[in-house]
Design a protein around this ligand. Structure first.
Ligand code: ATP
Ligand code: MG
Length: 329
């Protein structure tokens, strides 16, 4: 017996990175045996910011699907679906849109941060409303657990409110989900920016080669007070040290001491990080190569997953229609 259902996913706006890994992907892999797992590739949500370039979606959708499979999600156990091809999600979005005010959406902290990040003076209706569409993503399959990074927590709160409101107003047919934030809810960028993000160009991608990883790590920001090799380091303000904590934890006490006493220089410390990261990424690269060599297999996985998701969507929408008296004939 499974413990319940997971729904989570990513926007196909580019390849996935280490932030996704620690924030959500690692939990997806860990939990796939315990929970019936649905992974959504949120292409409609990608359009909320990338609407001028829909032509990129076919490639980006496949890349994100491959990233999920490459980290170890098993297509026999999990359902990977493409959001725009499950129209029931769009139907449910419309229902939810009646149950939230524009003001509530405007005050969502993640929406505010992202609007600033993208330099929007004004936001589109679709962008402002993407947390509503996300509520539909999560609830169309009645998921009860959502592994996500910390930026998604305000959205999950909205989902919970919408479900409660629906269930109270109409009939208790929808499931209120809970967020599960990964070990590191927000991985900082290599440039020291608050978030590693596709849109900020400060990422190590799961699909980067070993050389790219070493190169990127060598450029990462370290302790600004440590100019010369013999200066004592301050690991707590060093981006590279944060990464050691996330990806090389066994060696953290030793590295901390060596840094603080100038026993190790930044160049060597970075080399040790690159090698730890490549140790994590090597098996991911291997699995990815299998799917890259067989595009037909990937499309079969996506189309079967999407069909399976539609079945769930139809069942949920039947419940929703019945609860709202919209089942006329
Ligand atoms: P974009 O900048 O295009 O929005 P993104 O990097 O924020 O991309 P999403 O597809 O929006 O990625 O997010 C997918 C999942 O990964 C979400 O659960 C999100 O919280 C998580 N995530 C993304 N970046 C990080 C990060 N730096 N640290 C931890 N979790 C992250
Ligand atoms: Mg995002």
């Amino acid at each position: 017996m499974k413990k319940g259902r997971i729904l989570t996913g990513d926007r196909p706006t580019g390849p996935l990175h280490l932030g996704h890994y620690v924030g959500s992907l690692a939990n997806r892999v860990k939990l796939q045996d315990e929970y019936e797992t649905f992974i959504i590739i949120a292409d409609v949500q990608a359009l909320t910011t990338n609407f001028e370039h829909p032509e990129r979606l076919p490639e980006d959708v496949r890349q994100v699907a491959m990233d999920n499979l490459a980290v170890g999600l098993d297509p026999e156990k999990t359902t990977i679906l493409v959001q725009s091809m499950v129209p029931e999600i769009a139907e449910l979005t419309i229902v939810y849109s009646m149950l939230v005010t524009v003001n509530v959406l405007r005050h969502n902290p993640t929406i505010k941060t992202e609007a600033k990040q993208y330099g929007y003076k004004e936001v589109s209706y679709g962008f402002l409303g993407y947390p509503v569409s996300q509520a539909a993503d999560i609830t169309f399959c009645k998921a009860n657990l959502v592994p996500v990074g910390v930026d998604q927590v305000p959205h999950l709160e909205l989902t919970r409110k919408l479900v409660r409101r629906f269930n109270e107003l109409y009939k208790p047919v929808l499931v209120e989900p809970e967020a599960m934030v990964g070990e590191i809810g927000r991985l900082i960028g290599l440039d020291g920016n608050a978030k590693m993000s596709k849109s900020l160009g400060n990422c190590i991608y799961l699909s980067d080669s070993a050389e790219e990883v070493a190169q990127k790590v060598s450029m990462a920001i370290t302790d600004p007070a440590r100019m010369r090799r013999n200066d004592l380091g301050h690991p707590n303000v060093c981006t590279v040290f944060t990464y050691h904590k996330a990806f090389n934890s066994t060696f953290v006490p030793e590295l901390k001491k060596e840094c603080e006493t100038a026993g190790i220089g930044c160049v060597d410390c970075k080399k040790r990080l690159a090698s730890a990261l490549n140790g994590l990424l090597d098996p991911i690269r291997e699995r990815r190569a299998k799917y890259e060599a067989d595009p037909k297999l990937l499309d079969e996985i996506l189309s079967a997953g999407t069909a399976r998701a539609r079945e769930e969507g139809r069942k949920t929408m039947a419940d929703v229609r019945e609860a709202m008296h919209l089942d006329y004939f």
